[in-house]
Design a protein around this ligand. Structure first.
Ligand SMILES: NC(=O)c1ccc[n+]([C@@H]2O[C@H](COP(=O)([O-])OP(=O)(O)OC[C@H]3O[C@@H](n4cnc5c(N)ncnc54)[C@H](O)[C@@H]3O)[C@@H](O)[C@H]2O)c1
Ligand SMILES: [Zn+2]
Length: 405
């Protein structure tokens, strides 16, 4: 038995932000990030639409990238004081994810962060509020997913909250919001979407419902991501849909260890001055994990199907896997993303000496590997890595060496 859950309504296409006018309620809280939505006028527009719908509007601003537990708790307090019946989250994955977690705490004030992290353990929501997500990156697809990623900075670990309860009620996928993304954000969020689609397709929880979404997303992203990065706005608009399709797939088929490793390395070296940005981490680890997973015969076959849809050629599945790895590495080159942590600069660009010192990486490796194995995304990966294998895999991701185990 399986379940396939999506938002009740997905509005897409230019101008779809306007659908906020049609919400029925009395009070809405808008959750936004550090300033881009305000700067480009989307926050004012959203507020005006909600007021046109007859609602009183409050705003929670300044939600940081990779939001913290503290931000969630603080925002929930504001919600408790204001009492909204709609939560409208606008921006990239960070403000939308934070708003999802605030929503849980708003509905259940006694719920702790630990309680939230119990996979598929969230109590019934929507007793106080419904949720609209408007995405401005292309992207995490959190506007359609059952996930929220919150960082515990004391531990330097990202925790996924996973439950269909937090799948938004309404998603708005308006490409106008994505047109203002700077190039680097296009690259990182685009490779995040590519990783979602590939991991969903080979996940052990894949299904007839998720496969078409994942495959079509891969076909679109392979065509549109690099042109979008280079300023083609029609490709940018299509990418906004493609990432959403990938999200519809992975929210229901789950992910794999690329994400486990990205979650557990992302903030692990923050004391050395930078994060390994989620999408960049995925872009670097995905080719390595494909080589690792392809040792599983079912996964290998499924990678072969992906390559057939991509039209990359290859006489057999081994050749197809090699072609897929090469294609993704070439994409990283075209998007100015490094191939490994060792060459990942503090500004996320490729550099001779990355910001994570080798010695520090090796010291922290056993703990990171253990945490990655324990990540919620590991269970649906086609191969279950041992501690030793995960350490070896992470080393390949540090040194950019070949995965042959
Ligand atoms: N919930 C999920 O299913 C899911 C999936 C993947 C990743 N994530 C999480 O999402 C977070 C990353 O989200 P993200 O990659 O969307 O980035 P983000 O939300 O962290 O935003 C990054 C930066 O881009 C700016 N920005 C956003 N949209 C913009 C636009 N249209 N124009 C100009 N600037 C813009 C923001 O202000 C911010 O400074 C991570 O915490 C990651 O772990 C969640
Ligand atoms: Zn992701």
């Amino acid at each position: 038995m399986a379940r396939f859950t999506l938002p009740r309504d997905i509005y897409f296409g230019k101008g779809s932000l306007e659908n906020l006018k049609n919400l029925k309620g009395t009070k809405a809280v808008i959750c936004v990030g550090g300033g881009s939505m305000k700067r480009f006028g989307f926050l004012d527009r959203a507020k005006a639409y909600l007021e046109e719908a007859g609602m009183e509007v409050a705003i929670i601003e300044g939600i940081e990238s990779d939001p913290s537990v503290e931000t969630v708790m603080k925002g929930a307090q504001t919600m408790l004081e204001f009492g909204p019946d709609w939560i409208v989250a606008i921006g990239g994955g960070s403000p939308i994810d934070a708003a999802k977690a605030m929503w849980i705490k708003y509905e259940y004030p006694e719920c702790t962060f630990e309680d939230m992290c119990k996979v598929f353990g969230i109590p019934e929501l929507r007793r106080k509020a419904h949720f609209v997500a408007v995405s401005s990156t292309s992207g995490t697809a959190t506007e359609v997913t059952a996930f929220s990623i919150i960082t515990d900075y004391e531990k330097g670990i990202k925790y996924p909250i996973a439950d269909f309860e937090i799948t938004p009620d309404v998603a708005i996928v308006d490409p106008e919001l994505a047109e203002t993304m700077p190039k680097k954000l296009v690259a990182h969020t685009g490779m995040d979407a590519m990783t979602h689609a590939v991991e969903a397709y080979v996940s052990t929880a894949n299904s007839d419902y998720t496969d078409p979404l994942a495959i079509h997303a891969i076909e679109m992203i392979m065509k549109d991501l690099v042109p979008s990065y280079n300023g083609d706005m029609e490709a940018r608009d299509r990418m906004h849909n493609a990432q959403c399709l990938a999200g519809m797939a992975f929210s229901n088929a789950l992910l794999g260890i690329v994400h486990s490793m990205a979650h557990k390395t992302g903030a692990a070296f923050a004391d050395y001055g930078a994060h390994i940005i989620h999408g960049a981490a995925n872009a670097m680890y995905l080719p390595k994990v494909i080589a690792f997973n392809a040792k599983d015969p079912v996964a290998k076959k499924r990678y072969g199907v992906i390559v057939d849809y991509m039209g990359l050629g290859g006489a057999n599945d081994d050749e197809k896997v090699a072609l897929l790895i090469k294609f993704l590495r070439d994409m990283n080159d075209q998007l100015n993303i490094p191939h490994c942590i060792g060459h990942y600069g503090a500004d996320s660009y490729p550099t001779e000496q990355g910001f994570v010192p080798e010695k520090v990486f090796l010291e922290r490796l056993p703990e990171i590997a253990k945490n990655a194995i324990g990540d919620a995304c590991t269970g649906s990966n086609p191969r279950q890595p041992s501690q030793e294998e995960m350490e070896k895999l992470l080393k390949c991701c540090y040194y950019d060496t070949e995965v042959d185990f």
